[in-house]
Design a protein. Sequence first.
Length: 516
Amino acid sequence: MYFCPLMDKKVRVRFAPSPTGGLHLGGVRTVLYNYLFARQHRGDFVLRIEDTDQTRYVPGAEEYIVDCLQWCGLEPDESPQKGGKYGPYRQSERKEMYKQYAEYLVKKGFAYYAFDTPEELDSMRKEFKTPEDPSPQYGHHTRIKMRNSLTIPEKEVKELMEKGTTHVIRFLMPENDEVSFTDMIRGEVKFNTHTLDDKVLLKADGMPTYHLAVVVDDHLMQITHIFRGEEWLPSTPLHLLLWERLGWKDEIPQYAHLPLILKPDGKGKLSKRDGDRLGFPVYAMQWTDPKTGEVTKGFREIGFLPEAFNNMLALLGWNDGTEKEIFSPEELVEKFSMERVHKGGAKFNFEKAKWFNHEYIKRGDSRMLLPYFKKILQEKNVQENDDRLLSIMDLIKERCTLLPDLWENSFFFFQRPTEYDKESILKKWDADKKQFFKELPAAFSAVESFTPGSLEDAFKSLAERKNLKAGGLMLPLRIILVGGKFGPPVFHIAELLGKQETLERIKIALRWEFMN
RNA sequence: GGCGGUAUCGUCUAGAGGCCUAGGACGGAGCCCUCUCACGGCUUAAACACGGGUUCGAAUCCCGUUACCGCUACCA
């Protein structure tokens, strides 16, 4: 059986997270690819909450996901919050629909009731466990030995049902069928149903499992393309069969299974633990576990720009075939193609991630950075007008990798040095130099425009008159103005400090006893 | 164990039979620029997992091996 979707409908894609905690960067990448594809094809992007596991309910997780998408600039067209004509968008609110479809499958002979208790399932697994088969499945070998509507006489089943005996509905997996489909990234993928099991479709609590819910909802919501993690590849044949048994074979969506994001070291999927261990975020935004109160910082909190974050994620597994690496959101929408997504998993590289952010800060217009800068300054209780802030950023942004670096590279504009790197000054300090700095304020005052060029000229001509080398005086000036060996070119610092403050700082420094 | 997927520099990747003595980026090393730190420029080390085919010719196609990853729940 080969499944080939018809592609003449309006593109509709979806992100369907389970609201159980922080949003992993792999999840954001999945959203990104969905979003880019939708925008490129002028389609719809829907957010659907997969909250069918009541035991894993985490308060606040759904709102958190919505906030993350907003920060990333990847907002859905339809969602529980926004609504839409295919709602509700929360699976827990669609509970009744799933049951009908499950019952329909039973009626058609494509599924059956199973009354086995968890304990019975457990002992079955133990009983059939062999070295060759360490995890026996509930499938064509074992189903005949279990308590289900296939093995129990019809009359008895009816009685059990009438008594309200707890049961699940399982899919009746055909014994020997070929199931194949074309994955947009991987090409043709084949399975034989022989090795597949009778997955639970409807749980004892009446909620569907992922498998039933995803097929029913994707159909009802007219989803045309499913882009999801590679971990779903093995259950795709089940889903395909479900589409077919439910009578929707002609509407099967196109699939693409995205490669996983791996740990930077060792092996396996990247997890929050790896971030904690290696010192970088894994979640998009800060997540506070409501149970333990544990707070986990995200990319936003450590100072990533959402555009840089997206760009980095887009390139983690995709490229446009050229050597271009920096793409604006618009370029991403235009250039992205699922066929060019790399098949293999990618180890996450935090250094490279930071490089993207650095590029965005460095290349970006300071006006774009202004709100971020102002927020930091607010925390530091600094008030300043926008024009000066813009000038400061123009000067320092090339040395800022993360947003907090904006402060680390500019604090000296807002506060006078409290201590000085004495070592560096004293190494070559003498009376002549001291005299030079005593006369410098007058020389600077005499300058007609307080600009880097004229300041440098004044500085150098004074040095010449005093028979000193200007080169040896620059570092002391820097330390006098900001306290240490850091910052942008020193005359630029002076310019932004302004005449009054520059002269003041020179005079203050000269009063320190180590200068004498 | 079974099933599925993947396999190019340390990392992300380009490469869709000859353009490959394998290109770019991050990171590393070195040099230049220089008042500090950066930015920028230049140079450099570093890879086709292995074995068989197919072909005049393979990183590219096929098969096998190996390694790694994923799935194998009334979780998603």
